[in-house]
Design a protein around this ligand. Structure first.
Ligand code: AP5
Ligand code: MG
Length: 190
């Protein structure tokens, strides 16, 4: 298996670039945000619990997301590999992900971190709010999501840097330009 993490603040383009990566490299997409929104839409107990936090822009507890990821990995061990999008978001999640993959004789090859300035993120997410109406794309919640990213999630970079798997990439420009930069990194690993 070849597994990669696509990382970055809200609106950095993780979901957009994941779609292009999946098409080219045939990896399986694992987005914890998408799974949580699915649970919210189906109004499961987990979804209702998560909704309160997501609508404020706060993180869902580690144990909940880790359980979701574990089950997704265990049910897809026959796949070519995973692209983790929006996970890990805490150092604990990153440590557990390494353990989970190791138990299955595989690992994360590289973590691609999309770098985009805050005002560009806000601009993209407000545009998406008009187009798609995602519940957490209001200006107050966007600002809090970015704050949580800066205060908690951004530290995950250090974890991957220590093990030589951290690859920062300029996340600005056209979608195709950014994808080209990502392919240059992935072609060394896949
Ligand atoms: P999640 O769904 O992961 O959201 P996020 O990290 O806030 O990021 P987004 O999905 O908003 O942005 P993206 O980077 O995917 O960008 P996109 O490609 O869509 O998480 C949501 C919530 O769930 C969290 O706040 C948390 O509560 C909870 N959660 C999820 N995972 C968790 C975890 N592991 N632990 C705890 N809690 C968790 O692009 C954004 C927009 O910009 C789009 O409209 C796109 O078309 C546009 N765009 C993309 N690229 C470009 C470009 N180059 N130029 C111009 N526009 C562009
Ligand atoms: Mg996304």
């Amino acid at each position: 298996m070849v597994n990669i993490v696509i990382f970055g603040p809200p609106g950095a383009g993780k979901g957009t670039q994941s779609q292009l990566i999946i098409d080219k490299y045939k990896l399986m997409h694992l987005s914890t945000g998408d799974i949580l929104r699915g649970e919210m839409a189906s109004e499961t107990a987990l979804g209702l619990e998560a909704k309160k936090l997501i609508e404020k822009g706060e993180l869902v507890p580690d144990d909940i997301v880790i359980k979701m990821v574990r089950s997704k990995i265990e049910n897809n061990l026959d796949k070519k590999g995973f692209i983790f999008d929006g996970f890990p978001r805490t150092t604990r999640q990153a440590e557990v992900l390494d353990k989970l993959l190791e138990e299955n004789n595989t690992s994360i090859s590289v973590m691609i971190s999309l770098e985009v300035e805050e005002e560009e993120l806000v601009k993209r997410l407000l545009k998406r709010a008009e187009e798609e109406g995602r519940a957490d794309d209001s200006i107050e919640v966007i600002r809090n999501r970015i704050k949580v990213y800066n205060e908690v999630t951004s530290r995950v970079c250090n974890y991957y840097e220590k093990t030589n798997r951290y690859k920062p990439i300029d996340g600005t420009g056209t979608i195709e330009e950014i994808f080209g930069r990502i392919c240059n990194v992935l072609d060394e690993h896949i």
